[in-house]
Design a protein around this ligand. Structure first.
Ligand code: RTP
Ligand code: MG
Length: 146
């Protein structure tokens, strides 16, 4: 079954949106395989967003994502990667449809509450970047939240 790396960004954690976002993924029917509250170091932020390192917004992006704790998760389900991006909505909350997480809960492109992997390659890379094997509940075993 497909897995995706999903992360509530510092603005979402600061604004008390962890439970709201967990509920949306649970209610959709996805399964949580791992989760942790953590402070990202600059090096991890630069690795996570390496694809954007030449973009003008990169320094601000790294500063923002390390500005406070994030809530990192691995979710599993049918078509998980694309479905998570659908639940999350467009990068710019101003363009995100109502009913999506960014459409309902965010206003600014630079503080858009949540990250979701954009491809199977990104998902595998990001899961390995943030989680060690023993931190994830194996596929097939019931997780605490499903
Ligand atoms: P994310 O990786 O954070 O889940 O967001 P995304 O896939 O929807 O968007 P992506 O293109 O990967 O961009 C990563 C984050 O960089 C900020 N951004 N700013 N100023 C700009 O034009 C611009 N473009 C992107 C956004 O905060 C975006 O989430
Ligand atoms: Mg992205």
């Amino acid at each position: 079954m497909e897995q995706s790396f999903i992360m509530i960004k510092p603005d979402g954690v600061r604004r008390g949106l962890i439970a709201e976002i967990l509920t949306r993924f649970q209610q959709k029917g996805f399964t949580l395989r791992g989760a942790k509250l953590m402070q990202m170091e600059q090096a991890l932020a630069e690795q996570h967003y390496a694809e954007h390192k030449e973009r003008p917004f990169f320094p601000d992006l790294v500063e923002f994502i390390t500005s406070g704790p994030v809530f990192a998760m691995v979710w599993e389900g049918e078509g998980m990667i694309a479905e998570a991006r659908r639940l999350i909505g467009s990068t710019d909350p101003a363009e995100a449809a109502p009913g999506t997480i960014r459409g309902d809960l965010a206003v600014k492109k630079s503080e858009n509450v949540i990250h979701g992997s954009d491809s199977p390659e990104s998902a595998e890379r990001e899961i390995n970047l943030f989680f060690q094997k023993h931190e994830l509940i194996e596929t097939g075993k019931n997780s605490v939240i499903s």
